[in-house]
Design a binder for this molecule. Sequence first.
Ligand SMILES: C[S@@+](CC[C@H](N)C(=O)[O-])C[C@H]1O[C@@H](n2cnc3c(N)ncnc32)[C@H](O)[C@@H]1O
Length: 294
Amino acid sequence: MTDQTREEYGASAEAIEHHYGTGNDYFSLWLGETMAYSSALWDDDDEHQSLDDAQRAKIHYHCEQARADKAKSVLDIGCGWASVLMPLANHYKVDNVVGLTLSESQETWINGLNHPNVEARLESWKDHDASAKYDSIISIGAFEHFAKLGSTSEEKVEFYREFFRKCHGWLDSKGHMSLQTVAYGNALPGSFDPFLAAEIFPETDTPFLAEIAKGCEHLFHVMTLRNDAEHYRRTLRAWYNNIRQNRARCVELKGEEEVARFEKYLRLCSYMYEVGGLELYRITFRKIDNPKRF
Ligand SMILES: C[S@@+](CC[C@H](N)C(=O)[O-])C[C@H]1O[C@@H](n2cnc3c(N)ncnc32)[C@H](O)[C@@H]1O
């Protein structure tokens, strides 16, 4: 891959901050206690489950899939507001917890918590230089930003492959990685909604499952794959309801126009899950140490 292509793929830091830099106080009004900004993992048999409980279930699911209980060093790619970093350090007792984000406000926020075992870096995975191998990798809700809208499927596969190559290099022998990403369902290529592309998530496209599979070929075993599309619909509805309940304060912080924009985005994405346009994959990978010819 040339340097020029390398710079072109995925959302830029400016595009990321356009969305995530809209204010920590604002996001804390509707994301809930965990500040997790990705689909929760809901109990299908419990219609009264709270968003915070379902988010905690999601966090533990990924930590378990990544084998964090046995890990000394874990990388979280696209760490948001530390929803996974803090449980890794506090609950799973991981000594070295590193989070990557492209959002300056998230990095400042996390490092301001001053946890001795947690470090947030304002850095893209493309530029990450690991000083030692990680035992586990987790990446939740960031993969969606790794290819730009307008890229061909072949280009997307090459970008994803570069991501998997890097993760492969950073992971220790037989290391596990737990990934969560939105993907296209019954939508045709290039169906990313124009409103979302222009006003909410610039420079972003979503993968197809086949592109993810092609990207990790010969590098990772796929150990488990689940599709929890309905869980994202439920999460989006919970966020929307939280905004409605805290609307006056949200408007005070962001103004009427911005809050209405977020409400539209949450309703639109919820509809996309309802009609099968989007999927929510949680995939567990195990590193292939030496691909062989049998
Ligand atoms: C939707 S948030 C998810 C945050 C968190 N994982 C969670 O579940 O709450 C996406 C995160 O991906 C990060 N991100 C996007 N592109 C990235 C890149 N190229 N390298 C590192 N982080 C990136 C953003 O900065 C943001 O923290």
